[in-house]
Design a protein. Structure first.
Length: 255
């Protein structure tokens, strides 16, 4: 618990530091399990721009996956943050709730209704597959990824990966144990990555070739309650999502 407290203190200091340095958009993603009244006040004081809470669907799935966290308690914590924000007549932080669509697709409007008056937005995100192989994705050659201009992905060992989707570390852009974040951000590897997108050469990066974000998309209509809403889906993914066929059974030995 002391270690968790120390991490929280460091996170709050980082938010305050970033805002003091004039960073226009400071945000983070959390499960909300450690959100207390004290921390909520500190986030409001620091000027956090937005905060996103991850939910694993409704109570029946959330309580199993997030155990010992409880669905109702986490919702109550987020509501507490919203009430504190409203009491100050503040507009920030914007509060976002997000869930994987596959676990709430049977009742997306019911999930959204839980957070009416609490969250500023409720987002449903597609399940992400992390083990694509090259050739399983039809990419949009003109795709412009915002990540190289927005953020860094620093791993537990200090290595700076190309982005949060570069799970395997195929393109390491620096090491915070050896260089400052400022130096890494402005150094040649990051500049080259940005240039590859500007020149439509991003598929030269191995990590990009197995990333679904750049896949060809199309817009389809999905019914949510009484409404039909346009949803962008990936049509360029050809990976097999079903198990491979089982090998033929060996012939039974003769008696």
């Amino acid at each position: 618990m002391r270690r968790t407290r120390r991490l929280l203190d460091q996170a709050l200091k980082m938010v305050q530091y970033a805002k003091d340095k004039g960073i226009p958009d400071v945000a983070f993603l959390t499960n909300g399990e450690r959100l207390t009244s004290e921390i909520a006040d500190a986030l409001l004081d620091a000027g956090l721009d937005w905060i996103s809470f991850s939910f694993d669907g409704f109570k029946e799935t959330y309580d199993v996956i997030r155990k010992p966290a409880l669905f109702e308690e986490t919702v109550a914590r987020i509501k507490m943050l919203r009430e504190k924000r409203d009491a100050r007549a503040a507009s920030k932080p914007l509060i976002r709730v997000q869930s994987i669509f596959s676990v709430i697709k049977h009742d997306p409007m019911g999930f959204k209704k839980i957070f009416d008056g609490i969250a500023d937005s409720v987002n449903f995100i597609a399940d992400q597959i992390r083990d694509f192989e090259e050739g399983q994705i039809q990419h949009n050659p003109f795709y412009q990824c915002p990540i190289p201009w927005q953020r860094m992905a620093v791993a537990h060992n200090g290595k700076v990966h190309q982005c949060i989707s570069d799970y395997a570390g195929q393109n390491i852009l620096g090491d915070v144990n050896k260089k400052s974040l400022y130096k890494i951000w402005h150094d040649k590897p990051f500049r080259d990555l940005r240039k590859s997108f500007l020149q439509f050469r991003y598929l030269e990066n191995a990590a990009c070739r197995i990333c679904s974000d750049g896949a060809v998309t199309e817009t389809v209509k999905v019914k949510l309650g009484e409404r039909e809403v346009p949803v962008t889906v990936y049509s360029g993914i050809t990976a097999r999502l079903t198990p491979p066929p089982k090998p033929p059974r060996a012939a039974s030995p003769r008696a």
